[in-house]
Design a protein around this ligand. Sequence first.
Ligand SMILES: [Zn+2]
Length: 101
Amino acid sequence: MAAPASPFLDPRAAARPQTTMSTGQYLDIASPAPTPPAIVPEPRTESNRFLGVQFECCGVYSRIYMNRARDAYVGHCPRCAQRVQFQIGHGGTDSRFFTVG
Ligand SMILES: [Zn+2]
């Protein structure tokens, strides 16, 4: 049975790193920060999702709503079901109320 000759097995040598870490000065700055949850900005269009439309065909007022693609307002006359559609795009009008029919 031979005595250990390696300096790495010297209990005094092995204790040095532990002593260093026990000082509390070891900062683990290499660890990546927690990934924040993805934020999908909700367009501020809550109040812009409908247009007021006066249907001259039947003399009634109604609202039409943005379609799922958000590229047009689509609706129907509440009385005669005439279809109306307003494309959304650059160069369009800022008007929120229209007369159709
Ligand atoms: Zn109508």
